[in-house]
Design a protein. Structure first.
Ligand code: PLP
Length: 410
């Protein structure tokens, strides 16, 4: 999060002291930096300058309409996985011809809506789904282009709960089954298989897995040519990882860009990406108040007013995010500290620190890098309302989604 800086020991964004915002805003809340978002878009576009792909934003990473509008204004499309996400992307102004629809369990209603809207591609993930898309398309008297998501059997080195390209994962169609479908394509009168899609997982830090993936795709494209079947697009999915702590390794996006460029020159095919985390992960943070500092024999528990209902990643994936105090104390706790939320679950923890600057009841902290899979994974668990979201753009702060009212969730 390059936009977060300590100035005179006070955490600030664009010279705005974050503590000052807490005087008028009730914690916890999310905030997103649009300056960081624009920096990320430029970085991605310049890495893929030569192959010039259609970059679709994976809406599941962040469903704030203002964030999606900002991405749309920079020419991005959307990757959606539900009717709700599809309607949101359209409402944000993304044109149907820039939208791809992924997911293993699309319902008939979702398929019908997507066909009627004329989206770029419904990426099917099973033979049953292909049959259904063909039937719906026939009912609507249309012939549409679709994609097929392949399961390339590549196990990326990431948390096992977010690998999606291994043969044991539920996603995609095996390469052998894909060839069988292509062989029987004359049965499908109302669809044309025009896109090959893959997505091998999320928070992938090493480009070696993408290298393996491109080799697999090249082989498939070669075999398709032999079968006289040409696809116009290859959708390479998303998954590029980000550092969650300053000391974490960075994904080598420039090197990856060069790899994709080589692939593009050789295959002369249009490329699509479905990128979530790399675009928005580092744009967001949660500001939370310390309710109590509770001392035990073993550690201090820093009990925050935000919990796993607001930011579930740590509880679900044991994925910890760097936590920064809004005001840095030069003195440190003498024993370890654990940041926890108020939820009645032991998994409601935000991580353990061997050494941390002293905090007291009423102080504030910032949980960094919560822009992806933060608010979108949040829930009303323990009957807690979804929290407010703010945007900071240059020196302006604005609310882009209000805190829910308890009365409205009863
Ligand atoms: C099909 C699909 N595409 C794209 C993404 C976005 O992944 P990421 O946010 O890691 O870029 C996901 C998320 O796992 C996904 O399931």
């Amino acid at each position: 999060m390059d936009f977060l800086k300590f100035k005179n020991n006070k955490l600030s964004v664009n010279n705005i002291d974050l503590k000052k915002i807490t005087k008028s805003k009730k914690t916890p809340y999310y905030f997103y930096s649009f300056d960081q978002l624009n920096k990320n878009i430029i970085k991605l576009k310049s890495a893929f300058k030569s192959s010039n792909p259609l970059i679709c934003f994976a809406v599941k990473a962040n469903s704030n309409i203002e964030v999606i509008k900002e991405l749309k204004n920079k020419g991005l499309g959307a990757d959606v996985v539900s009717l709700g996400e599809l309607k949101l992307a359209l409402k944000a102004g993304i044109k149907a011809e820039k939208i791809v629809f992924s997911g293993v369990g699309k319902s008939i209603d979702e398929i019908e809506f997507a066909i009627k809207k004329g989206i770029l591609s419904i990426n099917a993930e099973s033979k049953n789904e292909i049959d259904l898309i063909n039937a719906v398309s026939q009912k609507l008297k249309k012939i549409i282009n679709i994609g097929i998501r392949i399961n390339p059997n590549i196990k990326a080195d990431t948390n096992k709960k977010i690998t999606t390209g291994d043969k044991i994962n539920k996603f995609g169609i095996s390469i052998d089954d894909f060839y069988k479908i292509i062989k029987s394509k004359s049965h499908y009168k109302n669809i044309n298989i025009n896109l090959l899609s893959v997505h091998i997982g999320s928070q992938i830090k090493d480009i070696i897995f993408y290298k393996k993936l491109l080799i697999v795709i090249e082989k498939i494209l070669k075999n398709l040519k032999k079968q006289n079947h040409i696809v116009q697009y290859v959708d390479l999915g998303g998954g590029m990882g980000i550092p969650y702590f300053k000391t974490d390794k960075e994904f080598n996006i420039k090197k990856f860009g060069k790899m994709v460029d080589q692939f593009y020159r050789k295959q002369k095919i249009k490329i699509i990406f479905e990128i979530g985390r790399y675009l928005v992960g580092n744009i967001g943070a949660i500001i939370s108040k310390v309710i109590y500092v509770k001392k035990t024999k073993d550690r201090y528990f820093i009990i925050l007013d935000t919990g796993m209902n607001d930011m579930a990643r740590s509880a679900i994936y044991e994925a910890f995010h760097e936590i920064l105090p809004l005001e840095k104390n030069t003195k440190k706790f003498k024993i370890k500290v654990e940041f926890v939320g108020p939820i009645c679950e032991s998994s409601d923890t935000f991580g353990l620190y061997k050494s941390y600057p002293i905090l007291k009841d009423g102080d504030f902290v910032c949980i960094t890098n919560c822009g992806a899979y933060g608010r979108t994974l949040s829930s009303n668990y323990n009957m807690r309302p979804l929290i407010e979201e703010l945007v900071i753009k240059r020196n302006k702060i604005k609310t882009v989604r209000k805190r829910q009212k308890i009365e409205n969730i009863i």
